[in-house]
Design a protein. Structure first.
Lengths: 499, 119
């Protein structure tokens, strides 16, 4: 039964996306999308509870036996990623209704939701599939819909941001494709499990090493690992608010998940340790944390600030991965979840500001905190999580990351985490300062009819979505059971796979 | 050495095509030319896959008397999907260029960057 259900995660959005595109009615399009997200979320949750103890669920597409057919192999890690993606999609969709109605042209709203579902489909597909070529296809499905979604931003800079993301994203995906080709030439197989089992028989070929480099480079571009992050700040900064929320929480995370799969499942750990890859990734991660946080501190526009902070947070995930031990990997996987929750909350906050004040410029938002206390309270909670204050989700990851760094004697990581946290305090303070402590300034609200009462209230759905996010920041900071269990099982299975 | 070179001549040519694409992509500031470079770059990878499956004297993969050596059909099948992806990417890219042209009245990257900097 559970085997059959897994494929529905991909099939449901695939079927409903074109149906949504046919609708002319915006509310109907939204309702369908919301329903699809909720169904996907329930399926992922059901799947997660089934595999959390380390079990596998295998589904063979069309009944073809792997390695010939495509297989979906669900373990704790896949299910966890699918849960993050579909959960964030549900929250985003709840949030999107009014935000999208304000930011996107009326005629294109059903198309927007159709593209949103396709993006969800691609990301879920990447999480579930056990076939590397199939993974490439899903990667492109999600990327193509992402380019379209980003370009729908209000500012014309969204167009150039989407274009440069299209160019870089396609180069990344094509690099990945070259890597897959090399690996296929060496192994004659596209099934991850099959390649891993027979790895020793072709490990001596030069081709295999080149394949790894191409795949890691391609995915690093998609995951915006420093120094390949140049597309990210503009793309997240100018995308429609709902899309910033969704992408910041899922797109890069899923790419990092692919990196786990390549490094821990496809290749033996020993193989890439000899290539000095952990050292390279560790240094890049450390630089990313410092550089991203520093650039975030310099920004004067909230969405761009948050985008640069994402570059830094991706650094933490890479550091955790590169430490290659149980705690580090657990921290890294948990941070996928924690950062998704934190960053989506912050972007939702920024989106509400954009909705109400029509700007996210920190200078023009001065003193608005007094007028919108609840929105700002949620932003502050998420901001504290980003810094890593005890009692919030951010603390949990940093704690495990530090433990792991001390365990393996990587003092540079300890220094980086501390410096990164200090810089995080600075840039979060920057938001808090301008919102709470600066004297109020009269807002110049443009493109809104005068006397429009909408400007003075936050729509209930947006506020609910924001507070779900803020609530999760605290809930999973105090009650770490679900995220910790899932991350530990996933980390264990990644590390022990090769015995 | 010479034999190695000639034996892999298809791969050398493919690498050359790939680099032409990548160079065009990076060196041109015209967005349409950039997309053309991107398309050439993707096409090189498609050629690479197709030439992977080819064997000298290989036939189509059918089970019948007299057919022993056959070319691997799988890379070609994979490339059907990759071609679709490539077409979709290029189409989306052109759509974006049209929108950029409408919004900026230019398709030159440096001019657009100047306009963005002024805002």
């Amino acid at each position: 039964m559970i085997e059959q259900i897994t494929i529905l995660l991909v099939v449901i959005p695939l079927v409903f996306a074109p149906i949504t595109a046919l609708f002319k009615n915006n509310t109907a399009a939204w309702s369908i999308t919301f329903l699809v997200c909720l169904v996907c979320f329930s399926i992922s949750l059901y799947m997660m509870l089934d595999v959390i103890d380390g079990k596998h669920v295998i589904y063979e597409l069309g009944g073809w036996r792997p390695p010939w057919g495509i297989e979906y192999k669900i373990d704790a890690l896949n299910a966890f990623i699918a849960l993050i993606v579909s959960g964030i999609a549900s929250i985003t969709c709840l949030y999107a209704k009014h935000s999208v109605a304000r930011e996107i042209h009326n005629d294109t709203i059903p198309l927007f939701y159709a593209a949103f579902q396709l993006c969800l489909l691609g990301l879920l597909g990447i999480a579930l599939t056990g076939d590397i070529f199939n993974l490439f296809v899903f990667l492109e499905i999600s990327s193509l819909s992402t380019y379209a979604l980003i370009s729908m931003g209000k500012n014309r800079k969204a167009l150039t941001a989407a274009f440069s993301y299209l160019v870089l994203g396609t180069i990344g995906a094509t690099f990945f494709l070259i890597g897959v080709g090399f690996l296929y030439a060496a192994s004659g197989s596209l099934n991850t499990a099959d390649i891993a089992v027979r790895f020793d028989t072709f490990a001596d070929l030069q081709l295999v090493e080149t394949a790894l480099i191409f795949m890691v480079l391609g995915i690093a571009l998609k995951a915006a690992i420093f120094p390949l992050h140049s597309w990210l700040p503009n793309a997240y900064g100018y995308a429609p608010s709902a899309i910033s929320v969704f992408l910041s929480a899922t797109a890069t995370k899923v790419s990092i998940y692919v990196l786990y799969r390549i490094l821990f499942d496809l290749y033996p750990i020993q193989y890439w340790v000899e290539m000095l890859l952990p050292q390279i990734l560790l240094s890049l991660g450390c630089v990313a944390v410092i550089y991203g946080s520093y650039r975030a501190w310099q920004q004067i526009e909230m969405k761009r600030l948050l985008a640069f902070s994402s570059v830094a947070q991706i650094g933490y995930m890479i550091i955790g991965l590169a430490l290659i031990n149980q705690n580090g990997l657990t921290a890294s996987i948990m941070h996928l979840f924690n950062h998704a929750v934190i960053k989506s909350t912050l972007f939702m906050g920024a989106g509400i500001l954009l909705y109400r004040a029509n700007t996210t410029d920190l200078g023009s938002l001065r003193g608005l905190g007094a007028e919108m206390p609840w929105t700002f309270a949620a932003i502050v909670i998420a901001g504290l999580s980003l810094i890593g204050v005890p009692g919030t989700v951010g603390f949990i990851t940093k704690w495990y990351l530090l433990q792991s760094a001390v365990e393996s004697g990587q003092w540079i990581v300890v220094v980086t985490v501390v410096v990164g946290s200090v810089l995080a305090v600075l840039y979060v303070w920057k938001i808090v300062e301008s919102l709470y402590f600066n004297t109020k300034r009269k807002l110049h609200i443009q493109h809104v009819e005068s006397g429009d009462s909408k400007i003075s209230t936050t729509p209930a759905t947006m506020a609910i979505a924001l507070w779900i996010g803020a609530g999760l920041c605290i809930f999973f900071g105090l009650n770490t059971e679900l995220s910790f269990d899932a991350a530990t099982t996933a980390a264990l299975s990644l590390l022990n796979q090769q015995g | 050495m010479i034999e190695y070179f000639i034996g892999h001549v298809n791969y050398w040519l493919i690498v050359a095509v790939m680099m032409v694409g990548l160079y065009t992509l990076m060196s041109r500031s015209n967005l349409i030319k950039k997309l053309a470079g991107l398309a050439v770059f993707q096409t090189a990878v498609i050629l690479f896959y197709v030439s992977l499956g080819k064997i000298d004297g290989g036939t189509v993969p059918i089970v019948a008397d007299g057919y022993v050596l056959y070319s691997n059909p799988l890379p070609q099948v994979l490339m059907l999907t990759a071609i679709v992806v490539g077409v979709a990417t290029t189409a989306l890219g052109f759509a974006l260029v049209i929108r950029i042209k409408e919004a900026y009245d230019s398709v030159e990257e440096n001019e657009i960057a100047e306009m963005d900097a002024k805002e």
